[in-house]
Write a protein of this length. Sequence first.
Length: 406
Amino acid sequence: MPEYVWTGINKRGDKVSGILEGVNEAAIEQILTRQGIKVLKVKPRPKHISEYLPFLSPRVKLPEIVIFTRQLATMINAGVPIVQALDILRDQTSNITFKKTLREVREDVKAGQTLSEALSKHPKIFDELTVSLTRAGETSGALDVIMNRLADYLEKIMALKRKIKGAMVYPIAVISFAIIVVMVMLVYVIPVFANMFKDAGLKLPLPTLIVINISTALRSYIHWIIIGFILLAFIIVRIRKTERGRLATDRFLLRVPVIGDLIRKASIARMCRTLSTLLGNGVPILDSIQIVARVAGNRVIERALLYAREEVSRGRGLADPVEETRVFPLIVPRMIAVGETTGALDQMLGKVADFFEDEVDRTVEALTSLLEPLFIIVLGVIIGGLLVAMYLPIFQIGQVIGAQGG
């Protein structure tokens, strides 16, 4: 139903306003009159620009999903009907996209659909994991408990992502700074020295000639260089969109020293945490592995999980197929085997996730401590090398003048 913005005066004589849904303006006036409000104005709610231009719609971020899940669990536990809970949560969110989504979810639930069915219509916001756990909660009659567990899971995944992003911020910032400094020197500073040396008629040493030639080439072909980088980025994006390209690039990333190790550990931590959460909340193992494969974020790990699922569907345990893929460290299949033997696979997977999350912490610390001095040295060599190359002719002039004075 359309939304209307209204203003009026309540029983105490205070001017009040708000937004209500209704068939038309007359229906809104009737609702407000029954509440004892003297209506002053009712008009259709102005549309947000994102409703005309969908690409401008703000994204719904993970922290917003975590807050929604936690608060929904609290309200369900307190006995608040789901439709009313969705109304409250929709009103308090400031994200236009999320507000619209929650309104549609509420309308579907109000029309008789289950919450999981309503959420499944919005896969870009509520992934398959969320929908499956919600369905499991509805089936078991413990929706509030499972929603709380889902919030716990999402918070752990959010913390893991934050660590990975934190590890990437420093090197990206330093590399960006280095590129900017070098570009400024080559485009603006080096030409000043080059003109000065040309006017002086000096015979330039080889390092100075190399730097001046690089500067000249950069200034002459800067537009083509930028176009080349744009084309390269476009080609990489296109390759990543193909199945073979995505598999090849994901395999390459896993083999990159240090960074590949960090990606593998983070992916395994997320995989084990997700699988543990699904199994612990009653989702069948084949469905759980399928969901985990889809949210793995790496084609190599996804293929390994799909192979393991195929073998499990044939009656095998999970541990042996996981080991046969040779994608995961031995600790993963061995711990899975222990979990299958003891009947506590979800708990064992949770412990594996804890272990690899700690490993991510240690890897991030090691990466930071390794990269910091390395980048300082590299920056010093590049910038110092440019400066030395430019000052070599000046040193030569000084030596010549000194010799003549002597």
